[in-house]
Design a protein around this ligand. Sequence first.
Ligand code: FAD
Length: 406
Amino acid sequence: QPRIVILGAGHAGGSAAAFLRQYGWKGGITLVGEEPVAPYQRPPLSKAWLKGEATAESLALRPARFYAQQAIELRLGTRVAAVDRAAKRVLLPDGSALGYDRLILALGARPRELPLPGAQLRGVLALRNIADADAVQAALRPGARLAVIGGGYIGLEAAASARALGAEAVVIEREERVLARVAGRALSAFLEDAHRARGVTVLTGAAVASIEGEGGAARAVRLADGTRIACDAVLVGIGAVPNTELAQAAGLDCAGGVVVDLAARTSDPDIYAIGDCTHRPLPLYGRSGRLESVPNAIEQAKQAAADLCGRPPPLPEVPWFWSDQFDLRLQMAGLAFTAQESVVRGSTDGPGFAVFHLDAEHRVLAVEAVNAPADFMAGRILAAKQARIPPAVLGDAARPLKDLTA
Ligand code: FAD
């Protein structure tokens, strides 16, 4: 029986193992992961888990018994050292080797490190796995002060969770607005206000120069303009770096991610790659790029499993993402690369609103919704079709969008 080995037991790897069985793969499946636990969901780490509202069971991607039931062999706590493509085997840390017929790389990404003095001090934290989240949580005692470097999703979510736990949070963003890379201006402005209204200090255009310590522990963040922000711990949330080293060493094509096609195939016909570690086609936008989201991990897991099981590739999906901060549920779909115009539907002072991003011909490219799930659902369909809708229609909150999606 042929064996598929999946490297990386995260969201993408765990999903691929499950889809392979669902699509009828009869051969062996071995899931090798560095972390000591079976695949789990990362999104709650900065949300429910940090607030103490999640359990190991609720975090798990599948119940523990699933893997034995589905004959999926788990090799946890195992960091793969190398891939030997010529011999079709992966090298394990104990010097042994594991042969494969087909290999799936699902190695994820790791937090980008702060290249500044003081980054190695105790209390300078990152947030990617359960151990990281536990360390952040331990720092969030009531009254403690968390300095968050980076106003991205993880930083903003952690700041919101810190407030929920009675800690203070200061978000320090180098760009002129939070979420500058991934959201439109209206959403950034709304979130800055929302965080400030809930007690978070948000600093934009603020360049960090160093982290200052006392007795080896972080005590303050020093900005380039000399400002000193006292704190008890620092969370660095400045993006993630794809884990491509194994693929690069094995000679696979990489371009800021392992290069794959729409069936998740790499430049080696026997090796697939999925999830955060890939550089993938974005067919709706005529370009390629790297996505870091659960829906992307699942979509690519389906692509790989379908191809390996001889099924036609699934239809391309519109990239989408969500984030929870305080009582705000954010949902985003589409990518606004070539947007020329944005339309706000509803009021940013109201219970919910959505921002639609349109190109010059009024095609819907992307939607960002805050506590507006119906507008999100409609926007996601419109973005998938890149439907042309007059801005006045989108902006008229009295007119249901449902009628336009048929
Ligand atoms: P991962 O889940 O990171 O899995 C990769 C696995 O490979 C890891 O377990 C790693 O230890 C392992 N590995 C790496 N190298 C080796 C090796 N050499 N040998 C063995 N194993 C190895 N997405 C959303 O859509 N919505 C959200 O709200 C959201 N919130 C998030 C909050 C946080 C705090 C984080 C960290 C991420 C969040 N994401 C969110 C992103 C989402 O979790 C990722 O996109 C998703 O986990 C990607 O899955 P993956 O399998 O590619 O990578």
